[in-house]
Design a protein around this ligand. Structure first.
Ligand code: MN
Length: 327
């Protein structure tokens, strides 16, 4: 996913707050963002109060797009660096293409994991839905890469079959990391966990958590009781550190995402589709992408164009620190 609206500077949160009393520690409202002209998403991370959860640094919930309106997810070629993109569908399908030559259709229950390293280009298109075919509904997440990996080679993985656990009417799928003895095959570079949790009506279960991690929860659909507190879509619920379980219950069907990890060391700088440490790194990446679009072969070796993608590449907006300048 590309981030057309993201024009502000973001740096990492301070280390996660301890959560000794097991109550919900912080609720922050999502914000709306425009990712393509006329296409809005709910942004649950980063928020002004909460920039990261572990190495998780970005979470957009897109759709469900109304199939009768015919709005597909259609994001032309754009670059990334310094992060992994995690694409997770609730409904519909998305076709991923990237500059490694990957061409992969993703469907609900499957994981696309793209490691940008120093640079990669990709596009995401959902087929135009017809009436009654259902609309695309997905989560797009980013994971910040640590030093030593973020300057490295790009990679792409598709995992059609992920492990999970089931008890008490609560099913958990392990997208990244480990949970309750089940480990995802997806490549990670920090201590991290990502779960999709689905609750059946009347479900009740205490999910084990790693107390060394900070955790956050977003409810995608339905409503749940979390350690006795009501939780519903519209808020990022930050749980802090030191929590070894998450008691969940639901009267009707619900779906949520649980994100966790060791607090990410050091500040990160996020702008547009880039995760970096300094403005100079962002400026160079922006110049390389714009150079690639203009046909410069050196810039194009870092962020190749996608010759087999029919849609136009997305130009980078000016950075906030050079706006009005000669960028
Ligand atoms: Mn993207």
């Amino acid at each position: 996913m590309s981030d057309l609206a993201f024009t502000e500077e973001a740096s990492a949160s301070a280390d996660g707050a301890p959560c000794p009393d097991r109550s919900v520690v912080e609720r922050t409202a999502w914000r709306r963002a425009e990712i393509a002209p006329g296409v809005h998403v709910e942004r649950a991370l980063p928020l002004r109060k909460r920039r990261t959860i572990g190495a998780w640094c970005f979470l957009d919930l897109a759709g469900p797009f109304d199939p009768d309106l015919g709005i597909p997810l259609d994001v032309g070629p754009h670059p990334h660096m310094g992060l992994q993109t995690v694409t997770w569908l609730f409904d519909g399908q998305v076709e991923h293409r990237d500059s490694l030559g990957s061409a992969q259709t993703i469907r609900p229950g499957q994981l696309n994991l793209m490691t940008a390293g120093a640079g990669i280009t990709h596009s995401e298109h959902s087929p135009l839905p017809g009436p009654g075919t259902g609309g695309t509904h997905l989560a797009q997440l980013w994971v910040a890469l640590p030093d030593g990996i973020r300057e490295g080679a790009p990679a792409f993985e598709h995992h059609a079959d992920l492990p999970g656990t089931s008890a008490g009417g609560v099913e958990a799928t392990v997208l990244l990391g480990e949970h309750d003895g089940e480990g995802s095959p997806a490549s990670v570079h920090t201590a991290i966990v990502g779960l999709e949790v689905r609750l059946a009506p009347g479900a009740e279960r205490s999910l084990p958590l790693d107390a060394a991690f900070e955790h956050g929860v977003v409810v995608v659909e339905g409503s749940v009781r979390m350690a006795g507190d009501a939780a519903a879509p519209g808020e990022l619920i930050y749980l802090g550190r030191g929590r070894d379980s998450l008691p969940l219950a639901a009267d009707s069907a619900a779906r949520l995402l649980v994100l966790g990890g060791e607090p990410f060391g050091g500040d990160i700088l996020m702008w547009w589709n880039f995760v970096a440490r300094t403005r100079d790194e962002i400026d160079q990446a922006r110049a390389d992408w714009m150079g690639s679009m203009a046909g410069d072969p050196v810039a194009g070796s870092r962020f190749p164009q996608l010759p087999h993608d029919a849609s136009a590449p997305i130009p980078a907006p000016p950075t906030p620190w050079t706006r009005g300048g000669s960028s």
